[in-house]
Design a binder for this molecule. Structure first.
Ligand code: C5P
Length: 211
C-alpha cells in the first residue's frame, strides 16, 4: 500500500530575505508518516521547512512553497491514501521581489497577495483513475472546531477530515486531541502524544484500506 502525506508549513517568499509562513512544526504529519511506515506502508512525505529529521523508513521530499508542494505530491502519486497534514499558506505574495523591498513611509500597497492552489481539494477532485482511494484532510481550528471541520469535509471533497483544536498548545506542541470524521460517523481521540494519535489514525487508515 502506498501513502503520500504533506506536513509542515509552506514558506512563501516576499523578497530575498522575507517570507510569509505559519507556526506549523510538522510534528503530527511526521508522526503519521512514521506510523504508516511502521504498519508496512510505502510512504512519501512532502514536507515544508521544519526543524525535524526525516522520519525513519519514509521517502521525504523537502519543498518550500505551496506550488512546489502540489507539484511534489503530483509526482509522488499514484497512492492508495493521500493525507494533507500541512498548514499550507492560503495566500502568497503575487510578485516576489528579486531585490530587498524598501517600504515607503506609509507602508501601504507594498504587498499584493494572490491565492495559492488548494492541494487537498486538487487531489480530492482527481478523476477515478488517478484519485487515491482515501483522501484525508486536517482541519485545525481555534473555535467552533467540529462545525467548521464538518463543512470543510464537504467543501474540500475529501473522504475523511481530522479536526483538531489549535486554540491551545497543539500547534507546535507535543500533544494533540482530534476528532476523526468519516461518512460513517465521528470518533474522538482524547489528548495524547502526537505519536500515539498518529498510531491510532494509521490503524484506522489500514483497516479502511484492508491493508
Ligand atoms: O487551511 P485549511 O483549514 O483550509 O486546511 C484544511 C486542509 O486542507 C488541511 O488538510 C490542509 O493540509 C489542506 N490544504 C491544502 N492546500 C491549501 C490549504 C489547505 O492542502 N492551499
Amino acid at each position: 500500500m502506498r501513502a503520500v502525506l504533506t506536513a509542515g508549513p509552506t514558506l512563501e517568499p516576499i523578497d530575498p530575505v522575507r517570507f510569509l509562513s505559519n507556526r506549523s512544526s510538522g510534528k503530527q504529519g511526521y508522526a503519521l508518516a512514521e506510523a504508516l511506515a511502521a504498519l508496512g506502508f510505502d510512504v512519501t512525505l512532502v514536507s515544508g521547512p521544519t526543524a525535524l529529521n526525516d522520519p525513519p523508513g519514509v521517502a521525504t521530499v523537502r519543498v518550500e512553497t505551496a506550488r512546489e508542494m502540489l507539484a511534489a505530491v503530483e509526482r509522488a502519486l499514484p497512492a492508495d491514501v493521500f493525507i494533507a497534514v500541512a498548514a499550507v499558506a492560503d495566500w502568497r505574495p503575487a510578485e516576489p521581489s528579486a531585490i530587498k523591498l524598501k517600504l515607503d513611509k506609509s507602508g501601504h500597497g507594498a504587498l499584493k497577495l494572490t491565492e495559492n492552489p488548494d492541494i487537498l481539494q486538487t487531489i480530492a477532485a482527481l478523476g477515478p483513475e488517478a484519485r487515491p482511494r482515501l483522501v484525508i484532510g486536517f482541519a485545525a481550528e481555534t473555535h467552533d472546531v467540529l462545525d467548521h471541520a464538518r463543512a470543510k469535509r464537504v467543501r474540500k471533497g475529501c473522504d475523511w477530515i481530522i479536526a483538531n483544536d489549535v486554540s491551545g498548545a497543539a500547534m507546535g506542541g507535543a500533544d494533540n486531541a482530534v476528532t476523526l470524521m468519516t461518512p460513517e460517523g465521528e470518533e474522538s481521540l482524547a489528548q495524547a502524544p502526537k505519536a500515539e494519535i498518529a498510531r491510532a489514525i494509521a490503524e484506522r487508515i489500514a483497516a479502511a484500506l484492508g491493508a
